[in-house]
Write a protein that binds this ligand. Sequence first.
Ligand code: NAD
Length: 346
Amino acid sequence: MSGIKVAINGFGTIGKRVADAVDAQSDMEIVGVTKTGPSFGCDLAVRKGFPLYCTFDDETRISRFGEQGYDCAGGLSDLLAIADIVVDCSPGKMGNENLAKYQAADIKYIFQGGEKHNLTGQSYSSSANHEENLNAAGTRVVSCNTTGLSRTLVPLYEHCGSLKVECTMIRRAADPGDSSKGPINAIKPVLKVPSHHGPDVMTVKPEIEINSLAVAVPTTLMHMHSIIADLPAGHGLTTESIIAMWRDTPRVIVMHGENNRITSTAEVMELARDIGRKWGDLHEIFIWEDGVSLQGDRLYYFQAIHQESDVIPENVDAIRALMGIEADWRQSVAKTDAAIAAYYNL
Ligand code: NAD
């Protein structure tokens, strides 16, 4: 064990994935993960050899772990005391309470997209603003949707110098492991217009003018984005050169839907399972080549987002940014992704 000491507060959908991705890296290590109480999720921490802590310092809650046969190393304060940085993977909207604990422990912190930008005053997406986050006290890795939008829009913006975007987020109703969310037989619009997803891109790339609408649909697999981007006159791009640009962009997969018989999110997730990362994760944003069309200066495209995992490698890059150990986002991305691939023997 060596390197940056990373604590994971909240070992749920995102937390367990970030823990694995950190464990894969040679320059950082997991010093502990928290659970609110004993549950089947503790078994994964035990199998991985990650020290298990209680989310709270309350002795009664800590002792419950032992009663169910789990070895609990202490409360959150004990974990924060031995860590350099904490990745907060709590369910969202718990940021204020948790931030106070991190500041009291005087360690760096990373929140997730369920928290608002105001909490940290700083947000993160690897390709958009890694440098701005160098040596910061804390940041927020933007949500899965905002990460997806940033991945494909930032390279376009960097080529064009300006970009106006309208997009619709067609969102999965629940993660596969959730039994309490919906809808199960409806299409539910987000009646706050515009939705927060598009404007959230501006927390990492303020130069992109973007608005969004969102609906939730009864699927658990992925989100889909339907995107219209107006490019400035004289951009010099074609449909083919835009596709080539995305093929060269890290963490983006472009495939021809019809030729590859990969015409829906069901087949995209089957491809992800073939790749072989744990949980069938897809860290990349998926673009259908035959769904991309530049008409005049207006670009149309679809992309699919694996909501549970596109933000995972971004958390690793964010750790490097905050700890100030890699200034070049491309170097960090290459290192993160190569280590994850080696970890899973891909
Ligand atoms: P989750 O419910 O799967 O996991 C949250 C974990 O935190 C659970 O283990 C829970 O017991 C624990 N927890 C509860 N209270 C806590 C507290 N006070 N402090 C610390 N931990 C606590 O949630 P998730 O899906 O992993 O989401 C975590 C964060 O990541 C949220 O901000 C969410 O918006 C964001 N996010 C989720 C997804 C996704 O698709 N699941 C994608 C991107 C970002």
